[in-house]
Design a protein around this ligand. Structure first.
Ligand SMILES: Nc1ncnc2c1ncn2[C@@H]1O[C@H](COP(=O)(O)OP(=O)(O)O)[C@@H](O)[C@H]1O
Ligand SMILES: [Mg+2]
Length: 491
């Protein structure tokens, strides 16, 4: 089932990935504007819409990155890939260490990186550290406080990467750690000959000094900034500040330079995000459920590097060929979302990046992203929305999103007879008759989402979801509506 086997060029945006009948369906262009799936636990998100889309993406030849929250995800993708003829493209990143990605060297080896190297490496570290800190800390309030620590850590990381760069050394996490561990703890230490002789930080400062002595005035000034940080700012940080930023740094780096991640991220490289552009499907089988913090760090490192790689992708010249779409897939996505995702997906479309995020409800994103604006921004950039059976606030939001219409409500009012519901118009007098009124009603009432089929034997292995695709109109029967109810067979 190779895509583009007809007359359209391969990966043409209008290629239908899933045909839903009645002239509607899901196309590559829809995949590229992003997907989010909502539903209660056990509502059929994974076995319904996710499986349905995954088969479409795999059969069409997409590459991709799959983040793993649960242990069973690897097995599930192996099965999905087998059934779509894609087993050969699977790359399983696991504790065995067959596939390795040293992201610092990957970043440093880009010929275009040039002077942006420090910024890019620090961005990777910031992104992972930020995600860890925010999920560990308080979800509401505390934003201002977070910002101070984020900035302090960012500032240290910048100087931590800059220093070996100025010295002409290869940036590595162990080297960065040894700089911190040997940095001066107070101003007196600077004059201590023992510190001068044994400190890695002092030695690298000397190397960087002589390496930049004859450099351009710009570079020399930048080095002096960096030296000031280590010799003047860092030693006088308050004990509390210093210990918190050092702890944040250790929490981030230690998992990456110890087992099981050390081999995967801090040795050599035999797989990179760019391999997905050739059709590889990379599964980060270090599930959060089992590996906890190390699992999150591994998944976040892969996620951010993949996103950056997609954004750097250059479109093919001319209109006759199209980039191979690549998906970023996260089931239980609350484990992995960051503020960068909205920014990423807004631009990823033109680089054929296709995000698919599944989670229970809006609240699960709000807890991680901290506020409703950030959630709205993320969801605004994931245009296609699948709503499975659910309860709570997400149902109200979904109902509003699908919209309202004017409906003629006809009520009969016969004397003192039983009232037909609450919307009986009129003045409630005893006069019999028929009343007609126009009322605004949701296309789909919030309560309807509680009734959708959840799969399993009880529902004949059927999962129902309401699909909304950024206002796209679906024609079915006599009506044209901005949504559609789709039934997925689990088996
Ligand atoms: N292939 C399948 N065939 C039949 N039932 C299934 C299958 N996969 C999952 N189920 C059942 O369907 C329900 C929905 O499962 P699942 O898709 O995992 O929900 P969610 O991802 O929303 O938590 C569960 O009760 C589950 O046991
Ligand atoms: Mg699931």
């Amino acid at each position: 089932m190779k895509a583009g086997s007809h007359d359209a060029p391969e990966f043409h945006p209008q290629t239908v990935l899933r045909d839903w009948g009645n002239g509607s369906g899901f196309r590559i262009a829809d995949a590229q504007t992003g997907v989010c799936v909502f539903g209660a636990t056990g509502s059929g998100k994974t076995s319904g819409p996710a499986k349905h889309l995954a088969y479409g993406y795999l059969a069409a030849g997409f590459g991709g990155l799959v983040l793993c929250a649960k242990k069973e995800e690897r097995r599930q993708w192996e099965q999905w890939a087998a059934e779509t003829g894609r087993l050969g493209d699977l790359v399983i990143i696991d504790g065995e260490g067959k596939w390795r990605f040293n992201f610092l060297e990957w970043e440093a080896s880009r010929p275009e990186a040039g002077g942006g190297l420090t910024i890019n490496i620090v961005s990777i570290l910031d992104e992972i550290a930020g995600a860890i800190a925010h999920s560990a800390g308080s979800s509401d309030g505390g934003q201002g406080d977070n910002k101070f620590w984020d900035d302090a850590l960012h500032h240290m990381n910048t100087n931590l990467v800059d220093l070996p760069v100025f010295a002409g050394l290869r940036v590595s996490l162990p080297l960065m750690r040894s700089i911190i561990n040997s940095a001066p703890q107070n101003l007196e230490q600077l004059d201590d000959s023992k510190w001068q002789e044994t400190s890695a930080c002092a030695a690298i400062l000397r190397e960087a000094d002589s390496a930049t002595l004859k450099a351009s005035a710009d570079i020399r000034a930048d080095f002096e900034e960096c030296r000031n940080y280590w010799l003047q700012e860092y030693p006088v940080l308050s004990e509390k500040t210093r210990s918190i930023i050092n702890l944040s740094f250790s929490m981030l780096v230690r998992p990456l330079i110890t087992r099981p991640l050390r081999t995967l991220f801090s040795t050599d490289t035999n797989i990179t995000p760019e391999d997905t552009f050739e059709g590889k499907i990379i599964i980060v089988d270090l599930p959060v459920q089992e590996y906890r913090l190390a699992g999150r760090i591994a998944n976040l490192a892969w996620k951010y590097c993949f996103q950056v790689a997609v954004l750097r992708r250059t479109p093919p010249a001319g209109r006759t060929s199209f980039l191979r779409p690549v998906f970023l897939w996260a089931d239980e996505a609350q484990n992995f979302v960051t503020n960068f995702d909205a920014e990423y997906q807004a631009v990823a479309r033109s680089a054929a990046g296709c995000t698919v995020f599944l989670t229970q409800n809006r609240e699960s994103y709000r807890r991680v992203l901290g506020n409703t604006d950030a959630v709205d921004s993320l969801l605004g950039n994931l245009q296609a929305k699948f709503f499975c059976q659910n309860s709570g606030e997400t149902n109200e939001w979904a109902a509003k999103l699908l919209g309202e219409r004017w409906t003629k409500i006809t009520s009969t009012n016969a004397g003192q007879s039983r009232n037909e519901g609450a919307q009986t118009p009129g003045d409630g007098s005893n006069s019999a008759g028929v009343a007609r009124s126009d009322q605004r009603r949701f296309f789909v009432e919030p309560s309807f989402f509680t009734t959708l089929k959840r799969g399993g034997p009880l529902h004949n292995n059927q999962v129902e979801a309401i699909v909304y695709n950024g206002g796209h109109l679906f024609t079915g029967g006599s009506e044209t509506l901005p949504y559609r109810l789709i039934t997925f067979n689990q088996s």
